[in-house]
Each structure stands twice: as structure tokens, then as C-alpha cells.
Design a protein around this ligand. Structure first.
Ligand code: TRP
Ligand code: ZN
Length: 888
């Protein structure tokens, strides 16, 4: 907590560490109320340091120092100084052993950073700067050391004691205590340290690596969750094999462990050999978890596993380089999911996420480059920009190099930098060195914030058969970056002939006739023209196939073009995108004029797509899903909260009415009685069926109500149950209330399922949702101390319910500010994330702006604020940033 304004850290101020730590020996005497930590560090002056004095300052927060010694001799008070954030040792030798003993208090740790208690277990979370809450250390990623960890605890309460690396010793001690010692042979930064103590059981399996080494796999959970680990284990083995095949990366220890914990700030953490997971990304059974959950588990398990090479073996020099590991690892997990599932559907959901979260971030007061230049609190920079846009930046390089050279470049990266802490620049240099390409201009993707807008003009000349596309790129200003230089943008373009076929793509000046399909063009100037030759008629341009770059496309397609692309484009992504653009147009027209009617041919195209027996069902479900209310808001200069909601409901209802028969048919055909399987086909079938049911429920169709109720009652799998529950709650007061009661009675003992019960109510479109949410805050099962529960109720209401959160009376805003102020002293990371729902207050009408601004100002005037909340609130109100972007 800060009384004074916390200070920003700047990338340009980076200095190598003055000391290095070669070895760390830790001994924990574990107890929830009072844990003692003894650390022995082997330190030496860094030959590469550019400065250095006689003093050494170690990071440490919330530690009670009991004892400190250098080379075996206890220090006198004159030889060191302790403050809130550090331990300074005066006049240290160039080479020495430091011993410290501190006391910490896990049960009081509600921030879930450092060593904390979750239920009956003890666990750690050290990224980014949590290790300093465990012991005094150089808690920065460019200090890599070898660790050995001894854990001592009561054997009855904590029979399982885990840490990084390999187990080397166990034994019983006096007073019912026991001990376990772990050695990690790989040097690592402190943020990858982890320990776990608890009464856990493991699901065990094994994996034989490509070179024939056997690895023991263990997933540790609380005993009652043993029956929910199968999917996680399957996902892990798939990920391990995939990384060998696609990237030539093998696992490197004899044991790989995953532990599921109930209290966790984020999704999961890649600690060396001991990944710690939020329950939500491990535990699944068909009756407790939805297809979205199964999907999330598969990709998060893969993500954390992939970090073993991209993050752990090669780590970040400093936290400005976070995207070095996160962007690359997200790219890797996205490619993995595309390979083991459906590539087309995966791309659509990734782009949907990018547009829903990263584009708005890039437009708002917290916009920052993929490699930020400064931060106040690093925890605020685990963002969609660093993760999702960072992955797009890696994907563009893969595209520019092509598969063979990209693989050569990643091989070079792994070989050149193994065991090092490096920068995003080092990564790009490997791309350059392996391919011989110059990526100097490309580096701007790491340096400049903001989403480029790509305007395209076409011209067709029937006489010459020339068709030209002129691309203009423009990137709006962002805080501290008023002017932007042009980006190096890969484009992937196709041209469709009158029958929907891909035409040969021959550019003016090409020596050879072009081949039909997709062509990668490279845009480097602010304006550039490409002329295609040999065209008899004007083609329909299919621009940005597969979404080759994180840009906003501005092209004046006619409705006919869009319908044509939606029906014919060989690129599945662009078929989806054409449909989305079309629906967005219809919806925005309805916002302008509630009496505007959707044209018949829209419904015809929709019907045709629905009844096409050849279609991929998952893709079809994506194509026929309306853009969300929030996304529509992003497309308007001033978000018309109520107009959007009215239009969205009206079009949904209209679709249900006009296409009733087709939707009922689709529902019937896809309502399978087969037992649950998690395959792309089965997932697609359920998605399509539930989409159809949703439209029918909006239209208040009697047959749909029956289907909904029996689907809910049958309880075959959670995907179907939760879809039915949501529709009942939204559209039927009495039946919805009864279903909620039944659901609670059935699932109150399963926290992850109960989270869904809270979420369904928090995201309900009913007018009384805020009252309901306030009442649920008082429910016996609600707790501000469990992040999953906070996200499922408060987060869901503020982030996923635009019309009710932004109610014009401003009560949603007051509710959010109250929660932020209540949460901040408990868990600043969660408080700060919640507050971000109000970051883009300037996008709304003046009345709402005033209301939001007042709540943010109220937060800022609180007597004590964490650096996390302070940074978000102050940047939200930063008028400098706003002026630079030309908004009031
Ligand atoms: N490195 C983790 C991941 O992507 C992110 C993470 C987990 C994290 N827990 C955290 C980041 C706590 C900050 C704070 O995979
Ligand atoms: Zn990660």
C-alpha cells in the first residue's frame, strides 16, 4: 500500500545486476500461521556489471528478518539496513555466502502472491515479483541460479511436499514432522520457484521422449477431484509429443508435475517441473465442465508445458521483455490447438478474442507496445497486448519466413540462447540470421502501440484486365506516441471469380502466370498499390485471409460482395468474417433506426447455410453467431448501450421467428443421445444445436421451451445443461428460477460448477440483474477471497453484461467502484483487473462519462491504494493521453 505516488520503472534504465547468484539453498519450516525460511545464497560480483558500489541491495517485502550472516558471521545492526522493500548489506566482498532467516505468514496472505494458503494446502506464486515475499533475493529474471529446497512440515496435515526439479531425499523427523528435499539442476530465475504442501493425491502416467528418456507425469489434486483429471493428463501427453514434432523440443527432467489449487490469481503458472494451476484449467468431467472448459484446459496445459523451453530454459532479461515468453508461448499453444482440433475454428476464436480485448486495449488509456517502455506495476502488464498481440507478432514472422525458415530460426533461437535471459530483439535477430531477411522495420510491431487501420481501394479496368488494390495504413496516436511510422504488414489475398472460384494471381511485372489461391503480399509503405493482371471481370477480393496481421480492415464491400464471400470464399476465416461484417451492418442499421428491416436475402443466406449438409458444424455455429453487444459498441463512435441491446435482441428474435423451421430441424438433427466425447465434430454439433436453441428461445417458441427444459433436466453434459439454464434464466421468469434452484441443489458442492451458477445470473439480460448480483454478494457461498468466485459474479457482471453494467443510472459503476475499494486491500491484482472494465469510459455518452469518471476519481481519492489500482485509475483519468488522441 502506498501513501505517496508510486514511481514508474523505465525500460531505458535497464542495468545488468551488480551481483550474480550461483546457488540457492532454501529450507522451509512450513506452517500456515508462521513459516520460517532459511536461505543460503552463493553470491559473486557480476563481471558484466556496468556499475557497482560496496553495498548490495536485495529485494524483500513483508518479511520479518530474524538473522543475517555473511560467510558464517552474523551481521551487527550497523552492517545492514532493512526497509519496507529491501535489505541493504553494507560493504560486501566480491564473493561471499549470505545466510538469512525470515518469518512469513501464509494464512494472512490474501494477495495470493508469495507463499499462501489455499484451502488446506500451502502453495506459492512468484511471477512476477512474488519471490521477494518469501526471502531476501535479487528478484529479477536475469539472475539465474541453481536451487535446492528442503521442506519440513507436519506429516499428517501435509503428507505431500513438492518443489522444482527432482526429489532427492525424504525422511521423518520428530514431533510428527517430515522432510523432503528437491534439487533443480537447471539454473532459473526466482519467479519460477515453487513449492506445494498439502494432502493431495496424484494421477500418474508416463511419457517416453523422442530420444527414449522416461518421464514420470503426475497431476496432484485434492482426493475428491481424482475423477476429473483424465482430460488434463491426455492434453499434457499430446502437448509433449507435439512440441517434439513441431519444434524439436524435448522435456528435460525425470518428473513433470501439475498441481491444481482453488485460489489463484490467473490461469496457471509454469514453475520449472512443477506447474501450478487454477483448478479451472485442470478439473473436468463431462457432467461438470463445458466444451469451452475442455478446450481451455487443453490449451492452458499446453501453454504452461511449452513454457519449459519458451520462458524457462530461455527466459526474459527484464519484465519489459515479457512478450518474449508470453507472445511466443501463446503462438505455440494456438498452433497446438489448431493441429489437434479444427484449425479454422481455432483461428476464428483467437481473432474474436483479439478483437474483443486487445483492440479496445490498444484504443484506451492503458495502450502500450508489445514491448512496453514503462510500468508502475508489472502485474498490470499481463495484458492482451503482451499475450495475444505478441502471439500475432510471432505469427507474422512465421508467415514472412515460411514454415521451413521459421523452424530454422526457432532452432537457432533455442540453440543460441539456451540458459540465458534475453530480449525480444534477440528473438527477432534469430529470425533474421536464419532467413537472411532484414526485419528492422518489422521491429516496430514491438515498439509502437495502437492498431493499424488498413484502408483499401480497388480499381478495375475492363479494357486492360487490370485490377488494382491500393492499401493505406494509418495508426492512431496512443499515450506517449503521437506519431507512428508505417508497419511491415504481411497480407494474404485471394480473388474470387464469378462462380466463386479462386482466380490465378498474377501481379503486373510477374514473369510467370500466377497460381490460383492465396498470395502473401508485403506492405511496407504508408500507401502501396498492387495490380493484378489478366482478369476478365471485376473479381471479389478476399482480403486478409486467415487474418495475417492484427489490423482493422476498412474496405467498402457491398452487401452482395459479403453474401458472395460468405457463401463461396475458400478461406473459412473470411467466410466467417464476411458474415460478421454483414450482421454488424444490419445491427448498426437497426441501432440507427429500430424500424429498419433486414433484407430477405439475409435470411435466405442464413437458412441456406443452416441446412447445408456439407458444412462444418463448428464453423457454421461461428458464422451464425451475432457479434456481441460489446463488439458492436466498439464499432460506434459513441457506444449506444440501449440501442445496441434493443437491436441485438430484435435481430435475434427475428432470426428465431423467420427461420423457425430450419432451426428446429437443426436442433433435432444435432441433439445426440450419444455419450459425451470431446472431439471437434461433437463440439461443433453441440455448438450448432445450442445456437439454434438460443434463437428459438428468443422467439419464444413453445417447442423450444420444451426442448430447453428436457435438455436441462436430462443433464447429459454441462455444455448442454448450462446453455439450457442460460436461456431459461434469460427468457422465462418462473422456469428460470426453478432451474436455478435445481442447479444449486445438484451442484453446490462443486466450486467450479457453482461458479457457473453465479455467472449465469450475473450475465443475465434481465432488468433486475444488478439487484440479483448484489443479493448474491451476500450468499453463503460467495467470498471476496476466492478470485474465481469474484470473477464469476462481479467480473462477469462488469465485463460481460454491457447493457446492465452500463445502465444509465450509474449504479453499475458505483457497484464496481465499491468492489474495487473493498478488494484492493485484500488482493490488488484482482481489484486492478476489475477496474479495467471502466477504462474506456470516454467511449460513452456524456452522462455515462460523468458517472464513470466520478467513480474512478472516488477510487483515486482513497487514503491507501495499491500500485496496481493506482496505475489503472490514474491512467484512466490521464487527460494528457486523451488530448494526444484527440478526444475530450
Ligand atoms: N506466466 C503465467 C502464464 O502465462 C502467468 C501468471 C500466472 C501470472 N500467475 C501469475 C502473472 C501471477 C502474474 C501474476 O502462463
Ligand atoms: Zn504464459
Amino acid at each position: 500500500m502506498y501513501r505517496d505516488t508510486p514511481h514508474p520503472v523505465h525500460r531505458k534504465d535497464y542495468q545488468p545486476p551488480e551481483f550474480l547468484i550461483d546457488r540457492v539453498d532454501l529450507r522451509f519450516d512450513l506452517d500456515p500461521e508462521l513459516t520460517k525460511v532459511e536461505a543460503t545464497l552463493a553470491l559473486r560480483r557480476n563481471p558484466a556489471a556496468t556499475r557497482g558500489g560496496g553495498d548490495l541491495r536485495l529485494h524483500g517485502e513483508q518479511l520479518d528478518l530474524e538473522w543475517v550472516a555473511i560467510n558464517g558471521a552474523a551481521l551487527t545492526p550497523a552492517e545492514y539496513a532493512v526497509d519496507q522493500e529491501s535489505l541493504t548489506l553494507h560493504r560486501v566482498p566480491d564473493h561471499f555466502t549470505l545466510e538469512t532467516r525470515v518469518r512469513i505468514h501464509p494464512s494472512l496472505n490474501t494477495a495470493l502472491e508469495g507463499l499462501y494458503q489455499s484451502g488446506d494446502m500451502l502453495c506459492t506464486q512468484c511471477e512476477a515479483e512474488g519471490f521477494r515475499r518469501i526471502t531476501y533475493f535479487l528478484d529479477r529474471p536475469d539472475v539465474m541460479a541453481r536451487y535446492s529446497t528442503t521442506l519440513v512440515a507436519d506429516k499428517a496435515k501435509f503428507p505431500v511436499l513438492l518443489s522444482n526439479g527432482n526429489p532427492v531425499e525424504t525422511g521423518d523427523l520428530d514431533r510428527g514432522r517430515h522432510l523432503a528435499r528437491w534439487e533443480d539442476p537447471f539454473p532459473k530465475p526466482s519467479y519460477l520457484f515453487a513449492l506445494i504442501a498439502g494432502n493431495l493425491t496424484a494421477v500418474e502416467d508416463r511419457f517416453v521422449t523422442a530420444s527414449g528418456r522416461e518421464v514420470a507425469l503426475k497431476i496432484y489434486v485434492e482426493p475428491h477431484n481424482l475423477d476429473k483429471c483424465d482430460h488434463a493428463m491426455r492434453s499434457l501427453k499430446k502437448a509433449m509429443r507435439w512440441d517434439e514434432e513441431r519444434f524439436g523440443r524435448e522435456y528435460d527432467l525425470d518428473i513433470f508435475m501439475i498441481v491444481a489449487v482453488s485460489h489463484f490469481n490467473m490461469g496457471a503458472m509454469e514453475n520449472k517441473g512443477l506447474n501450478v494451476f487454477n483448478d479451472k484449467f485442470v478439473l473436468a468431467r463431462p457432467d461438470t465442465a463445458t466444451d469451452v472448459d475442455f478446450d481451455g484446459i487443453e490449451s492452458v496445459i499446453a501453454h504452461e508445458y511449452f513454457h519449459n523451453w519458451t520462458g524457462n530454459r530461455i527466459t526474459c532479461r527484464d519484465w519489459f521483455q515479457l512478450s518474449l515468453k508470453e507472445g511466443f508461448t501463446v503462438y505455440r499453444d494456438q498452433e497446438f490447438s489448431a493441429d489437434v482440433g479444427s484449425r479454422g475454428v481455432k483461428r476464428i476464436s483467437d481473432v474474436r478474442l483479439l478483437r474483443a480485448h486487445q483492440f479496445p486495449e490498444d484504443e484506451g488509456p492503458m495502450a502500450h507496445p508489445v514491448r512496453p517502455d514503462s510500468y508502475i506495476e508489472i502485474n498490470n502488464f499481463y495484458t492482451a497486448t503482451v499475450y495475444q498481440k505478441g502471439a500475432e507478432v510471432v505469427r507474422m514472422q512465421a508467415k514472412l519466413l515460411g514454415p521451413e525458415l521459421f523452424r530454422k530460426a526457432t532452432d537457432l533461437y533455442f540453440e543460441r540462447h539456451d540458459g540465458e535471459a534475453v530480449t525480444t530483439d534477440d528473438f527477432v535477430r534469430c529470425m533474421e540470421d536464419a532467413s537472411g531477411r532484414d526485419l528492422e522495420q518489422f521491429r516496430r510491431w514491438y515498439q509502437q502501440a495502437g492498431t493499424p487501420e488498413l484502408s483499401v481501394r480497388e480499381a478495375f479496368d475492363a479494357d486492360s484486365g487490370h485490377y488494382s488494390l491500393t492499401f493505406r495504413q494509418h495508426t492512431p496516436p496512443t499515450p506517449d506516441q503521437p506519431l507512428k511510422a508505417p508497419f511491415h504488414i504481411p497480407l494474404a489475398v485471394g480473388l474470387l471469380g464469378p462462380h466463386g472460384d479462386d482466380l490465378p494471381l498474377r501481379l503486373d511485372g510477374d514473369a510467370e502466370a500466377g497460381t490460383a489461391g492465396t498470395r502473401v503480399l508485403e506492405l511496407t509503405d504508408s500507401e502501396q498499390r498492387f495490380t493484378f493482371v489478366g482478369l476478365a471481370t471485376r473479381p471479389a477480393p478476399s482480403l486478409l485471409r486467415g487474418f495475417p496481421a492484427p489490423v482493422k480492415l476498412r474496405f467498402d464491400y457491398s452487401d452482395d460482395d459479403l453474401l458472395f464471400l460468405m457463401a463461396n470464399d475458400s478461406d473459412g476465416f473470411n467466410r466467417w468474417d464476411a458474415a460478421q461484417t454483414l450482421m454488424q451492418r444490419l445491427l448498426l442499421a437497426l441501432v440507427e433506426d429500430p424500424r429498419a428491416a433486414a433484407p430477405d436475402r439475409f435470411f435466405d443466406a442464413f437458412r441456406q447455410a443452416l441446412l447445408d449438409p456439407a458444412s462444418d458444424k463448428a464453423l457454421l455455429a461461428e458464422v451464425l453467431t451475432l457479434p456481441s453487444e460489446a463488439y458492436l459498441g466498439d464499432q460506434m463512435r459513441v457506444v449506444d448501450v440501449d440501442g445496441i441491446h434493443r437491436a441485438h435482441s430484435a435481430l435475434g428474435r427475428r432470426i428465431g421467428e423467420r427461420l423457425r423451421d430450419a432451426l428446429l430441424e437443426v436442433y433435432r438433427l444435432n441433439d445426440s443421445a450419444e455419450p459425451y466425447v470431446f472431439t471437434p465434430e461433437a463440439v461443433g454439433q453441440r455448438a450448432l444445436k445450442n445456437l439454434a436453441l438460443g434463437y428459438l428461445m428468443k422467439a419464444d417458441e413453445a417447442a423450444a421451451l420444451n426442448a430447453c427444459q428436457s435438455q436441462f433436466a436430462a443433464g447429459g453434459n454441462m455444455t448442454d445443461v448450462i446453455a439450457a439454464l442460460r436461456y431459461l434464466v434469460d427468457h422465462r421468469t418462473v422456469e428460470g428460477a426453478r432451474a436455478l434452484e435445481d442447479f444449486y441443489a445438484r451442484w453446490s458442492g462443486e466450486p467450479l460448477v457453482l461458479d457457473k451458477w453465479f455467472s449465469v445470473q450475473a450475465t443475465s439480460l434481465r432488468e433486475d440483474t444488478l439487484e440479483r448480483v448484489i443479493a448474491l454478494m451476500g450468499h453463503a457461498d460467495f467470498s471476496l477471497r476466492n478470485p474465481n468466485r469474484v470473477r464469476s459474479l462481479v467480473g462477469a457482471f462488469c465485463n460481460a453484461n454491457q447493457v446492465r453494467f452500463h445502465a444509465r443510472d450509474g449504479r453499475g459503476y458505483r457497484f464496481l467502484a465499491d468492489r474495487v475499494l473493498e478488494l484492493d486491500p485484500l488482493n490488488p491484482q484482482i481489484a486492478s483487473r476489475l477496474l479495467r472494465s471502466m477504462l474506456r469510459w470516454r467511449r460513452f455518452d456524456p452522462e455515462r462519462q460523468t458517472l464513470m469518471r466520478a467513480q474512478i476519481a472516488r477510487i483515486l481519492s482513497a487514503a491507501e491504494l495499491s500500485a496496481d489500482v493506482f496505475e489503472v485509475a490514474s491512467k484512466a483519468l490521464d487527460d494528457e493521453g486523451a488530448k494526444a488522441r484527440g478526444v475530450s
